[in-house]
Design a protein around this ligand. Structure first.
Ligand code: PLP
Length: 333
């Protein structure tokens, strides 16, 4: 697909590694070979998936003459951390609107990404209740800034619109090229599914390239039918923006909700086990909110026989490890 015609800032400088994890595969004990696409190693402060999306989103902001970026996320948002980080690099002001998805969860003294918001010099943080209309809240901030003569540009939560999702179409294409170079046949891909741009972009890229690699999403928040509808809609909007005739079908979109536990960002015992197992077999750090829960899903599905014996399974590691430092008690317990 021709992504070269879209403005981009060039934040993704090299393909991220695809790493075989034999000790972890053996520990999972389901007779499958697990590979990890290391998007946790993407450039940008602390790494992680939002860099690929912001490569397109911030290019669009600059094209429109913006001098200020506004975005939103949860109180430990990796997306907010990376939007702020790339804004700093670009010389743009950055304002954040944080949603308390868990009541009273915002603590200005908290560690993890929250500490990095301060360290990177965020211009302002507005905290709103869980379930708020985040677009409307960001628009309020934009209105104030416009009155001060600023030119704000709003990036939606997770940069999950058809602009940001192109970053993950590009990741699918990068992955296919790497698999060719490695002469590696992957039978199944597992991706975390949150604000949906990552999952939508990967599936759009795989379907658009007739890759024949099924993709399973592991939801971290919404119920299965709601998440699948969001992924399907965004995948097709993205393909439309790119200008290809390919479309994703509802049957190609799977986003399990079995691994969310009590709710978004709330720890589960299986998440803790998954984070510890990968750390202690392969020295790779997952995160408590996304990649840890997604890996707990991969482990459970593998042990239930979801992947035929001998399968090569590729896990997309979307990053997020700075959030670990806001969850010390969870891991020490
Ligand atoms: C945002 C995020 C995700 C989910 O990606 P979406 O595009 O929002 O679905 C997964 N992992 C990490 C670490 C994230 O920060």
């Amino acid at each position: 697909m021709n992504l070269a015609k879209f403005a981009r800032r060039g934040y993704v400088t090299t393909p991220t590694p695809i790493e075989y994890v034999p000790r972890f595969s053996k520990a999972v004990g389901a007779d499958i070979n697990i590979y990890i696409k290391r998007d946790d190693l993407l450039p940008g402060t602390g790494g992680g998936n939002k860099t690929r999306k912001l490569d397109f989103s911030i290019a669009d902001a600059l094209k429109q003459g913006a001098d200020t970026i506004i975005t939103c996320g949860a109180v430990q948002s990796n997306h907010c951390r990376l939007t702020l980080a790339w804004s700093v690099k670009e010389g743009l002001d950055c304002h954040l609107v944080l949603e308390e998805r868990v009541k009273h969860s915002y603590n200005p003294e908290a560690s993890g990404n929250n500490f990095l918001f301060q360290l990177l010099g965020v211009k302002s943080i507005t905290v709103v209740d869980g379930g708020s209309n985040m677009m409307a809240e960001m628009e309020k901030v934009a209105e104030k800034l416009r009155a001060q003569g600023k030119k704000p540009y709003i990036i939606p939560g997770g940069a999950s619109n058809s602009i940001g999702a192109m970053g993950y179409v590009s990741c699918a294409e990068e992955t296919l090229r790497q698999l060719f170079d490695m002469q590696l046949k992957i039978d199944h891909m597992i991706v975390p599914s949150g604000s949906a741009g990552t999952h939508a972009g990967i599936i759009a890229g795989m379907i658009g390239n007739n890759a024949g690699i099924p993709v399973t999403g592991i939801g971290v928040n919404r119920k299965k039918p709601v998440q699948e509808a969001a992924v399907l809609k965004l995948a097709n909007e993205t393909l439309e923006r790119i200008g290809t005739s390919a479309r994703v079908d509802a049957k190609d979109v799977v986003a399990f909700d079995d691994y969310v536990g009590p709710g978004y960002s709330l720890p589960t015992p299986a998440m803790v086990d998954a984070v510890k197992l990968l750390a202690q077999t392969e020295s790779i750090l997952l995160d408590p909110v996304y990649s840890g829960k997604a890996m707990s899903g991969l482990i459970d599905l593998a042990r239930k026989g979801y992947f035929p014996k001998g399968s090569n399974v590729l896990f997309l590691h979307t990053g997020g490890s700075p959030a670990l430092y806001a969850y010390l008690d969870t891991f020490r317990a």
